[in-house]
Design a protein around this ligand. Sequence first.
Ligand SMILES: Nc1ncnc2c1ncn2[C@@H]1O[C@H](COP(=O)(O)OP(=O)(O)OP(=O)(O)O)[C@@H](O)[C@H]1O
Ligand SMILES: [Mg+2]
Length: 281
Amino acid sequence: MSLFRKISERLHEKRVEKASKQAKKSSHRTEYLLNDNTPFDVTEAFRNLKAALSVSVPRKEGGVTIMTTSAYPEDGKTTVTVNLALMFALSDAKVILIDADIRKGRVAKYFKCRTIPGLSDCLSGQNSLDEVIHHSHMNENLSYITCGTHSPKPYELLESEEMQNLIEELKTRYDYIIIDTPPILLISDALAISPFTDGVALVCRHQVSYVSDIARALNTLKFAKANILGVIVNDYKEPKQHKFYGGYKKYYYYNSYSYGSTNPEEKEEDPLEPSDEITKE
Ligand SMILES: Nc1ncnc2c1ncn2[C@@H]1O[C@H](COP(=O)(O)OP(=O)(O)OP(=O)(O)O)[C@@H](O)[C@H]1O
Ligand SMILES: [Mg+2]
């Protein structure tokens, strides 16, 4: 085994350790949802993101399926995905959000409802599709499917023909099917779904995600022949504004959408900074 491989495996192990420690520590998470009091630039960033994704995967007769994932836990996938679905719904599109994180999905928390019955229950034949579709109280165009009962074989459920049929059926009913998944460098569940989707957006967290991890996640998706739409930089803190308006910026700020590279040779080891421009190949 080459020295480089040994070092990168050790780094991966360290990050997995760090991620699981963080996940244990942060059992108390916050569910941010766009509302009338959300700062203008946050809403605007989501509007830009929605616009960029609409252009990347144009609307067609059958609904468009967009999946989000990230390299490691806590990058903000669920926060970004739920709000993105809401933003699409606000623009009068019929939207369904699917929580495909069968291991520890948290979409239900945003809607203050139970996780059961949900996706896994439908895929295993316990419940019909109509029984697992919930209608959001936030917007009449938005429906959602929670993750469902914990299953010992989530990957198998997600790669099944039932999952493919479920997506095909939803495409006939909705304009957008938005899917939230677990972190791709820890669990391969997202790879089971990517072939059924029109595109995948990778979420990373500013000053937390490493460029090398983003590149590895993109390579993994590329290997799975996913249509990579780009990289969403979450929790972006503008250095200058951060200095002056530190308190407010701490809450949340979503940068608009930037394109992702699949080149692993780019910058190594420093958490993502604004100067780390990633350009599409
Ligand atoms: N832009 C942001 N600003 C402030 N807090 C944020 C932001 N994005 C996410 N968070 C917070 O970080 C925590 C993790 O976010 P979230 O659950 O969306 O991550 P995730 O990538 O879905 O995690 P997991 O991989 O465990 O599913 C939550 O408490 C969330 O409220
Ligand atoms: Mg999540």
